[in-house]
Write a new protein. Structure first.
Length: 657
């Protein structure tokens, strides 16, 4: 049966107020009852269609939800992926390409004393759990966001913590550029607050990423201003002086004046809109946004009617099972005020909502909406399809090169003549749109009746800009950052494992460069200033114990770049290690006493104990994964362990005392 919708038009130029959304009930997203928290849109498998990931937070643990976009307007639930099988009490989630390989990786924040989760994507939507330094660290983490805080081309991670009492420091992990992270203690995570949310946002548009922290317990919020990776507290403004029960915040240029304004959601208090006036923020009291005492959580911006200004959706929920809350949709009037929409599906259905996200899942040019529910009682989550109108739009996928691949932190400006007026609009790609919310990483603009985009400017965190003129509307486009001529970013990693004197250590070159030029390599493995190798992926044998810096210098015809990893390689004495690991093989104890144990072999593998001269002293064939070789008859000294299998030969040096 064909559905009929009544469109009510109010006499405000360019504004249509009526039925903008329909609630979808024939989708797995709305099936079942869950205790959901975060809502995110992300292209998980790289097929160009937005998938949906929603976290669940029951104290006893509950699997998270992954829905794969079929490309036909509906989704299929994936219950076998690692990210949908953790059975943790999860809260926030953030997507970003942490290894710059072209796919989106995931971090999930957990509550109730459980460790947080970090997953690497293989490019086809398959995920592997990986530890961050102190990666199991957690306890009462609320949410997290990826963002390149030191502007080195790799995404860093900020995690907020909000225990029930006493406050806690937030976590800051800085990318090492090789897939590993170092936990950093700095001014941006030393306050003992009950923190709900974080926005990594270049609020002053000076080219580096700042942090805004939302705190509950009637505590003032924090804004840390970044200047070349040195952070200072922002002072003298009501955005950091107003003490409220803040649950979340979201930044957007709602008045199209070229800077980012701030909306703060508060719990059972008036929410607050702060207009950025350049040198100061003005608290706006007559916008139509701050007229309720709802317990607000997710607050997200998006141009839902494609008229050229940003609208606001507000997800509300309480901690009381007897009190149900309605959500709000505010349409931007284009004059600094908003109209609350009362006749929408998305505002008429009450309950307990936390996270929400905008994204164009069916690629029709209009932003759709997902809402994650609930806190107190299990409810179904919600998917709302945008019915659209005659207004024009563009959807942009930005791809970084010098900038992180997901282009998080990139600003996009667009100019067009809309309803007779020249309008500049501004967006920024974010790893966290609001509390428990991540909108699609694609940039979406509405253009009303404009049929051409006069100018499109992409401002990459690297400092580069991309300028396009006379761009067609109603298109999905990809803009890739130009790689500077001769660009080099030196980088490397090494094999995992514990090493002793005499071991070969293999290094892997990870340098990113303009591939139109040949490269040369200079390695210094032992901190002595002498070049030890010119190979691309060398091995090096350390002849003495200690901890060593490793330096790689990479050159081409016009450029040079170096990478120094301090205290990167530790070489143990032959009598200093408790065990030796080679791949999945564990050999212990080291040094050996009465027995040497080999764990992780396969039945049929041959294990040999040899002298340094190559004489076979002991040999056993494995019948299970563990072998124990008696060494009572061997003298103190250095020996070799060989494991012979169809996969090849593995060996390790051990000592006996």
């Amino acid at each position: 049966m064909r559905k009929l919708y009544c469109i009510i038009v109010y006499m405000i130029p360019g504004l249509v107020v009526g039925q903008q959304f329909e609630k979808l009930t024939n989708t797995p997203i709305s099936e079942g009852e869950h205790s959901s928290r975060a809502a995110t849109f992300a292209d998980v498998n790289g097929d160009g269609h937005l998938d949906v990931f929603i976290t669940n937070g029951l104290e006893a643990g509950e699997n998270n939800l992954l829905y794969i976009n079929n490309g036909n307007g509906n989704f299929t639930q994936n219950t076998t992926s690692a990210i949908a099988r953790d059975r943790k009490p999860s809260d926030g989630a953030t997507w970003g390409d942490v290894d710059n390989d072209g796919d989106l990786d995931l971090y999930v924040a957990n509550w109730y004393g459980e460790g947080n989760l970090f997953y690497i994507n293989d490019g086809e939507g398959n995920f592997t759990f990986r530890t961050v330094t102190s990666g199991a660290l957690g306890g009462f983490s609320e949410t997290a966001s990826w963002g390149d805080l030191n502007n080195d081309g790799f995404l860093d991670l900020y995690v907020t913590n909000s225990p029930l009492s006493g406050g806690a420091r937030n976590f800051y992990f800085e990318s090492n550029g090789d897939g590993s992270y170092t936990q950093i203690t700095s001014d941006i995570n030393q306050d003992f607050n009950n923190t709900r949310s974080v926005n990594i946002i270049d609020f002053d548009t000076d080219g580096d990423m700042d942090l805004f922290i939302s705190n509950e317990s009637n505590t003032a919020n924090n804004l840390y201003v970044n200047s070349d990776n040195v952070f200072a507290n922002y002072a003298g403004s009501n955005i950091v002086n107003d003490a409220n029960n803040s649950t979340g915040s979201s930044w957007a240029d709602y008045d199209n004046d070229g800077d980012f304004d701030l909306y703060v959601g508060n719990f059972n208090q008036l929410n607050a809109l702060y207009r950025n006036d350049g040198e100061e923020f003005t608290k706006v009291t007559n916008s139509g946004l701050t007229d309720t005492f709802e317990p607000s959580f997710g607050t997200i911006w998006g141009d839902v009617d494609n008229d050229g200004d940003l609208d606001l959706f507000e997800a509300n929920g309480s901690f009381s099972s007897s009190v149900r809350n309605r959500n709000y949709l505010y349409l931007n009037n284009g004059d600094g005020t908003f109209t609350s929409v009362e006749d929408e599906y998305i505002t008429s259905e009450d309950g307990w909502s936390f996270g929400a996200a905008f994204g164009d899942y069916d690629k029709d040019g209009f932003l759709d909406l997902i809402v994650a529910r609930t806190y107190n009682q299990a409810q179904s989550n919600l998917l709302y399809h945008n019915l659209g109108n005659e207004n024009n739009w563009i959807n942009i996928h930005c791809v970084g090169t010098v900038t992180n691949k997901a282009a998080i932190g990139t600003r996009v400006r667009a100019k067009a003549t809309i309803f007779g007026e020249e309008v500049w609009q501004l967006r920024e790609i974010s790893g966290q749109s609001a509390y428990n919310c991540q909108n699609s990483l694609n940039v979406h603009f509405g253009f009303g009746d404009a049929t051409i985009i006069d100018e499109l400017i992409v401002e990459w965190p690297s400092g580069q800009t991309t300028n396009l003129q006379n761009v067609a509307v109603n298109e999905f486009i990809t803009i890739e950052e130009t790689l500077p001529d001769g660009f080099i970013r030196a980088n490397f990693t090494m094999d995992d494992g514990e090493f002793i004197v005499g071991d070969e250590v293999t290094f892997k070159n990870l340098t990113f460069s303009d591939n139109s030029y040949d490269l040369t390599y200079e390695w210094d493995f032992d901190s002595d200033g002498t070049i030890d190798s010119n190979e691309e992926n060398p091995t090096y044998t350390y002849s003495e114990s200690g901890t060593f810096d490793v330096t790689l210098i990479v050159k081409n015809d016009i450029n040079s770049n170096s990478k120094v990893r301090s205290q990167y390689v530790t070489i143990g004495n032959v009598t200093s290690s408790k065990e030796s690991r080679h791949g999945s093989i564990q050999i212990y104890p080291v040094p050996a006493r009465s027995n040497i144990n080999v764990n992780g072999v396969k039945p049929g593998n041959v294990v040999q104990l040899l002298s340094l001269g190559g004489q076979i002293l002991k040999q056993q064939t494995a019948v299970k994964k563990n072998i124990s070789i008696n060494t009572d008859d061997l003298k103190t000294g250095i020996y070799l362990v060989y494991i012979i299998s169809p996969d090849g030969l593995q060996w390790s040096k051990i000592s006996k005392i």
